[in-house]
Write a new protein. Structure first.
Length: 316
């Protein structure tokens, strides 16, 4: 009988990390989640406590990681990921992007495991190329307030490729575009959690700037499916995973008001520093090499997410 695979997910208590734990447990793998819960939530993985194939380690991956036994896959998802988080924890964000990635890579090298880095569309900064292809080097302000996240991820990509080239590590890089779904925090700072929380509590929806800036929104199950396909592929280059259907923030706010039936209005606030004007992934490589495309329509994904937020607000 074949031995069970063992998978490590750093940031396993986070929004994306917890969904990945579910996905790989469903494959009958052993899953080890590592999280210090700086921004993660233990409730996201509470349902896994009795699963004998799941193990939680409370640890800051910016410090050396020690894992006994066999490890087949290391997925590095530990990092503050919303503007609220990385503006509140700028140094921790840089440390987990640099030291945390170094430690996770070292673990993968020691275990001869496959490594997957969770990078981000933020490596493109406020892009001058639209839509964004993997070949685009980006337009990033390294000393602006958002630079702590952008540059942490850009460094993480650079050291990942250095380990691939120098140590022949089987390393993958996923550039994640805006993703949403159940287990996002009520106070997350990103558009969908903010709009949903406001709409469901009767508060005006806050749109920054003129609201014409765009995002491309991918439902979490589509993203997780893309991550799994990349992990099990032979690719060793950055790959965009996201939904290429672009929507303005004003149109997103109006859509959420319609779906929730909320009578909340819309208020405008000053645009944050270095806020990207556009976001749209070019996913031709994901289609070609992974046979991946998003499947969940925005309205359908929003309905699932709204149900989660209604439940979370009742329990608040």
């Amino acid at each position: 009988m074949p031995t069970k695979k063992t998978c490590i997910v750093t940031g396993g208590g986070g929004f994306l990390g917890s969904h990945l734990c579910d996905r790989f447990l469903a494959r009958k793998w052993h899953v080890i989640a590592i999280d210090n819960f700086l921004t993660g939530n233990e409730k996201n993985i509470a349902h896994l406590k009795t699963n004998k194939s799941f193990h939680l380690i409370r640890h800051d991956v910016s410090k050396t990681i020690h894992i006994p036994g066999r490890v087949d896959y290391v997925l590095h998802f530990a990092s503050p990921a919303s503007p609220l988080d990385y503006l509140e924890f700028p140094i921790q964000t840089l440390k987990v992007g640099a030291l945390g990635t170094h430690n996770a890579l070292g673990l993968a090298k020691d275990k001869k495991a496959v490594f997957l880095l969770a990078s981000t569309s933020e490596v493109y900064g406020d892009p001058l190329v639209h839509p964004q292809t993997e070949e685009y080097w980006g337009n990033v302000n390294p000393v602006g307030p958002r630079g702590v996240y952008d540059e942490a991820k850009r460094f993480a990509e650079a050291i990942t490729m250095a380990y691939h080239r120098t140590h022949k590590l089987d390393a993958k890089i996923i550039r994640i575009f805006n993703t949403y779904g159940p287990r996002m925090r009520l106070r997350d700072g990103r558009a969908i959690p903010a709009f949903l929380s406001q709409a469901l509590t009767g508060k005006p929806l806050t749109v920054f700037g003129d609201g014409r800036q765009t995002r491309s929104l991918c439902y979490v199950t589509d993203l997780v499916r893309g991550i799994e396909k990349l992990l099990l592929s032979g690719l060793n280059e950055p790959i965009n995973i996201g939904n290429p259907n672009e929507i303005s923030m004003t149109d997103l706010a109006k859509r959420i008001l319609r779906i929730t039936g909320s009578s909340s209005g819309i208020v405008h606030r000053k645009l944050p520093v270095d806020d990207p004007k556009v976001r749209q992934p070019d996913i031709r490589k994901a289609k070609k090499y992974l046979s991946w495309t998003p499947e969940v329509p925005l309205d359908e994904g929003l309905k699932y997410t709204i149900e989660y937020f209604k439940h979370a607000l009742r329990k608040k």
